[in-house]
Design a protein around this ligand. Structure first.
Ligand SMILES: *Cc1c(COP(=O)(O)O)cnc(C)c1O
Length: 396
């Protein structure tokens, strides 16, 4: 990890000499490093064109080295990684699992798919991640009812680590395992550790829109060897280690392809650059938009270094003169993709009636929040053009 010395400084890396992107500007497109094709050739040369092979081991070893977790398991998606972790913990019908309210559905869907009831906890306005005080309230309430959750799943939102030590202090008091949804936080740190480290297990995503990608894929990481071993078995149809296909429980076909692992290995090699580039894009937006009335940026918590996967702004419509939807449509008209923040889980029809502790913070962030194009290959000319459109929406 590079030192925090470049915080807030515009990145002078050579990638940014290309100043404008031809055609549509996407929110967060893939950005290949160059070595991925050679690694794919290696896969073809060994003929491990399968969900097994040496590139998977390399990918898992690289992730263990990066995150500090002793054991890693490469699977088809971050969502699958969470599904396996919750299965290992025995989550099933009648159980409760606490999740972040402000997050993406992939960090929550496996709870419902296992037949358990999700309970949501609102974000902290300072970090946009799960509020430890509200989590304490939720667990105290659960304890009074004699219905504590089987697990707690906070999210490292937009590449900012949640306050893991504060959340752990709460879950440890009740001996409840914490699974970190670090899908968006590759390369981010929390108190000097990689995001997710310190949780019972963490999941990471290599979906095409994340800070680095394998063209799709996920990783489950843990220091608990038994957890990863069980998840590994579950990810391969829960075959017993005997020649005649014996099964004592039902598993999934969740193992990542060795082909995609090659792309992942190539991308992890440039993760430090990608974090630097995304952070430079964030500060580029700040320099261009930071003085406009009614526009504020996602705060960075003092306990870590965010990867700034996406640059998120809040638009206060009265002060700015237009709401976030008007700004989004103005950008769309110029073929520039921007998106609202994640819509909180308690507002989702699929979770109608679910319990939520708080919810007002996430709702307010959703109402005013906009994610701006943040791809690491974005040039200064792109930033100028995007910010020109945004400025054009302001009250004259
Ligand atoms: C992307 C994402 C996931 C799911 O990862 P996939 O690899 O797409 O399944 C889960 N949680 C969050 C917060 C995400 O952003």
């Amino acid at each position: 990890m590079t030192a925090a010395a470049d915080q807030g400084v515009l990145d002078p890396s050579p990638d940014r000499t290309r100043t404008t992107t031809p055609g549509r500007v996407f929110l967060s497109p893939p950005h290949m490093a160059g070595d991925e094709l050679a690694l794919l050739h290696e896969v073809f040369a060994t003929n491990y064109v399968a969900p097994a092979g040496p590139m998977l081991s390399r990918f898992e070893a690289a992730m263990a080295a990066l995150t500090g977790f002793h054991h890693c398991l490469a699977v088809v998606s971050g969502t699958a990684a969470l599904h396996l972790a919750l299965r290992h913990l025995g989550v099933g019908p009648g159980d409760r699992v606490i999740a972040a309210d402000l997050t993406f559905i992939g960090g929550v869907a496996p709870i419902g798919q296992l037949g358990a009831e999700p309970i949501f906890v609102d974000a902290d306005p300072e970090t946009w991640c799960m509020n430890p005080g509200l989590l304490a309230e939720a667990l105290a309430g659960g304890a009074r009812q004699g219905r504590l959750p089987k697990a707690v799943v906070p999210c490292d939102l937009y590449g900012q680590a949640c306050d893991l030590d504060a959340l752990r202090a709460v879950t440890d008091a009740y001996e409840i395992p914490l699974i970190a949804d670090s899908a968006e936080a590759l390369g981010a740190t929390y108190r000097g550790r990689h995001a997710g480290k310190g949780a019972r297990a963490a999941l990471y995503s290599f979906n095409g829109n994340k800070i680095v990608t394998a063209g799709g894929g996920g990783m489950l990481a843990s220091d608990d060897a038994a957890l990863i071993e069980h998840a590994r078995g579950l990810s391969q149809q829960a075959r017993q280690p005997v020649p005649h296909y014996e099964h004592v429980e039902l598993g999934y076909n969740y193992r990542l392809s060795n082909v995609l692992a090659a792309i992942g290995v190539g991308q992890l090699a440039v993760l430090d650059d990608r974090v630097r580039q995304r952070r430079a894009i964030f500060s580029g937006y700040q320099q261009r938009l930071g003085r406009l009335d009614g526009i504020t940026f996602m705060p960075e918590a003092g306990y870590g270094r965010a990867n700034r996967w996406l640059t998120c702004i809040l638009i206060e419509p009265r002060a700015f003169g237009a709401d976030r939807e008007a700004v989004r449509l103005a950008l769309e008209a110029q073929d520039i993709e921007a998106r609202p923040l994640w819509r909180p889980m308690h507002m989702q029809p699929v979770f109608a009636g679910a319990t939520c502790f708080g919810g007002g913070v996430g709702k307010a962030l959703f109402d005013q929040g906009l994610c701006l194009p943040s791809g690491s290959a974005l040039g200064d000319g792109d930033l100028d053009r995007i910010c020109e459109v945004i400025r054009g929406c302001a009250r004259p």
